[in-house]
Design a protein around this ligand. Sequence first.
Ligand SMILES: [Zn+2]
Length: 286
Amino acid sequence: MVLDLTRHVRTEERARKFLERQCWPSGQPVCPRCGGGRAYALAEGRVRCAGCRYTFHALSGRFAGLAGLTPRQWLRLLALFAVDATAHAMAAALGLAYNTAYKAATVVRLSILAASLDGVAILKSPLGAQLGSAARALRPNAPDEPLATVPVFGILERGDLVFVDYLPSLTPQDLLHFNRNFSLPLSRLGAIVYSDRYLRYDALVACGSDLLTRHLVEISGRAPAVDPRQTGFWPYARERLVRFHGVTAHKFPLYLKELEFRYNHRDDDILAILLANISSLVPDLN
Ligand SMILES: [Zn+2]
């Protein structure tokens, strides 16, 4: 069944109640700090935990509380995100500043990352800190800010599913080393460099390494290129990376994990999943 938000976005009040039900499915407030289920109502939708005295509201401690959008703006933005709208299109449709829409879209992507198999491990890693997850105070960086280190991901396809694994033990230098000394074929797609099969992975991929792209150019002609794959995840991802995002090193990790999510749910109604993701608590990253 496809989730239809039409009646929930008619007014801010309806949207708030709807989003509150996603956060508190039992209808009772749950304290995001201690998990307690007893709370006193205060003004303006806020409540105070009877256990630890923490004052909170439905979105406190949750991804949806990080972007400064109203509940109605959130629902409308998610519907656009689900159909792959750009941050520019979201900003125009909702009458938001581009930076506000971009930040909200980044929060959605972080919530997708957090729900993925290795998501919490990534958020806790130095890469996660660079993506904006500093403990619970999320701070999405400027989109063009360079990454201190360029991460390498492994792409593994099994049946209809893809797994995009962050490989903290590998660096772009390793890819270059495999290419030069072990004839691992590499190809380029703009700032993205990807490999042929490596151990259990269908491909290794990195984006924005000057070292890698510079030396690949130097050895072009004698390096075996990757055979273009016609089916599966990579053609799906490649087309979207080129079409939508003008991808930079900084944006790449979150986009790649978003594509993993979209590919694995390509036959599902993802709006309901996105809603659950932004309504969930930001994991404890300490
Ligand atoms: Zn509490």
